[in-house]
Design a protein around this ligand. Structure first.
Ligand code: GUN
Ligand code: ZN
Length: 432
């Protein structure tokens, strides 16, 4: 008989989207819940008493008052920027030129790529993130390094070679043809292999010629089951730049659409300064947007209208945007999402924040049937949250009158100390 693991604790269960239905109907927390895991998948979720009686031979893991959640899903990161996170004093374009591009140049060395891929994944896991959708660099070896490191850790991941053929330094440019060829080779090597998914990855319109955008649009049309990830309308000077580079385009989104880079499998990071036409077109297409709140304040980009976009039915994910973002933690990222919504006059409920970091991000990556939910048949990637991980959090959470009030201090003040355990594909992760 195969080994069964039974995890006992408070369980975070998702039944719907708390932006579309009242959060009380969408999410429930069972204070005496249990999750039964078998063969890397969740087999049952229910009451602790019932599942214990039904599965007496399962190995028990009693997490007491801890919250058993789906593993966090970080829908937009740049793993190669791990070592330059928290770099001072620049806004987007200067930040790219001063810190990011010189660092990404170092990834021509496969040994360095392997070192940073391992470092990034271990940091992310330590913060309770079990799936991430990452940009690599222009170097194919940086994609291999990431997927090999993810495979070693049995993680479900998405990544792609970042393509740039202009406005980037020597050593960090490919061409339209080599971007197509390299991306195609990597896609054939990795897409669907074990838990890896390939994402076609033009960095953003300013660093791709129209020829390169068209070549990647053609590749996407040959592989419509792949995600396509890029950046959209992050900062005002960037949008002005795009206007100058693409004078014929109606707006920023149109620079992608015109080259075959808009579709339901498209995932667009930031999307802060959108026009009404862009919002309407995104809603029509079914493309996903990814909110990167720590990055948007750190780089000085602006306040995304999460509630307005959610109300339009646009799929939304949540992300650290490491290393433009200032944290590896999806808890810290939820806190920043809360703060940014407050600055727009909206209080996001903890159920909505947690949904964005799990099922919402999973849906933005079209992985909503695999991860992001504690339910039978889902892959068993779990994060166990200690809701009293520091004295400051513990004293506030102790005062709480319900579970949401008990969870909120961890969302606002929590970090890697709140991660009691992580399970990957049905196995407890042992930190290296
Ligand atoms: N736009 C284009 N490239 C990047 C990047 O690496 N980080 C962020 N935050 N925005 C970008
Ligand atoms: Zn980014």
């Amino acid at each position: 008989m195969t080994q069964q693991n039974l995890l006992l604790g408070q369980t975070f269960e998702t039944r719907g989207n708390p932006f579309e239905t009242p959060w009380q109907d969408a999410i429930s927390i069972n204070s005496a819940g249990a999750v039964l895991i078998e063969n890397g998948h969740i087999r049952a979720v229910g009451d602790a008493e019932t599942l214990r009686k039904k599965h007496p031979l399962a190995q028990m893991h009693d997490y007491g008052p801890h919250l058993i959640c789906p593993g966090f899903v970080d829908a937009h990161v740049h793993y190669p920027q791990t070592a330059i996170i928290a770099s001072w004093g620049k806004q987007l374009i200067d930040w790219l030129n001063t810190y990011t591009f010189p660092e990404e140049t170092r990834f021509s060395d496969p040994e360095y790529a392997r070192e940073i891929a391992a470092r990034y994944l271990d940091l992310a896991l330590g913060h309770g993130t079990t799936t991430m959708c990452s940009y690599a660099t222009i170097h194919s070896e940086s994609v291999d390094a990431f997927f090999h490191a993810a495979q070693d850790r049995k993680l479900r991941t998405v990544a792609g070679k970042t393509c740039m053929d202009r406005n980037a330094p020597e050593g960090l440019r490919d061409t339209a043809q080599s971007a197509y060829d390299d991306s195609k080779r990597l896609l054939n090597r990795w897409h669907g292999k074990a838990r890896a998914q390939y994402a076609i990855t033009p960095r953003f319109s300013p660093t791709s010629t129209p020829d390169q955008l068209a070549a990647l649009g053609a590749l996407w049309s040959e592989h419509p089951d792949c995600l396509m990830q890029t950046h959209l309308s992050e900062q005002l000077p960037e949008i002005e730049w795009v206007r100058g580079l693409f004078p014929q385009a109606r707006d920023y989104l149109d620079t992608y659409e015109h080259h075959g880079l808009l579709g339901p499998m498209g995932v667009y990071g930031h999307a802060i300064h959108l026009t009404q036409r862009e919002i309407d077109r995104l809603a029509e297409t079914g493309a996903a947007l990814v909110h990167c709140p720590t990055s948007n304040s750190f780089i000085g980009s602006g306040l995304m209208d999460v509630m307005g976009l959610a109300k339009r039915g646009i799929p939304l994910g949540l992300a650290t945007d490491t290393g433009g973002g200032s944290s590896f933690s999806m808890l810290r990222t939820m806190a920043a999402a809360y703060e940014i919504a407050q600055l727009r006059g909206v209080a996001l409920h903890p159920a909505q924040l947690m949904w964005l970091a799990t099922a919402g991000s999973a849906r933005s990556l079209h992985l909503q049937d695999n991860i992001g939910n504690l339910a039978p048949r889902f892959e068993a990637d779990l994060t166990i949250l200690d809701l009293a991980s520091t004295p400051a959090i513990a004293q506030r959470s102790q005062r709480a009158t319900d579970i949401w009030e008990a969870l909120f201090p961890t969302i606002m003040m929590g970090d890697d100390r709140a991660i009691a355990d992580v399970w990957i594909a049905g196995r407890k992760h042992m930190p290296k």
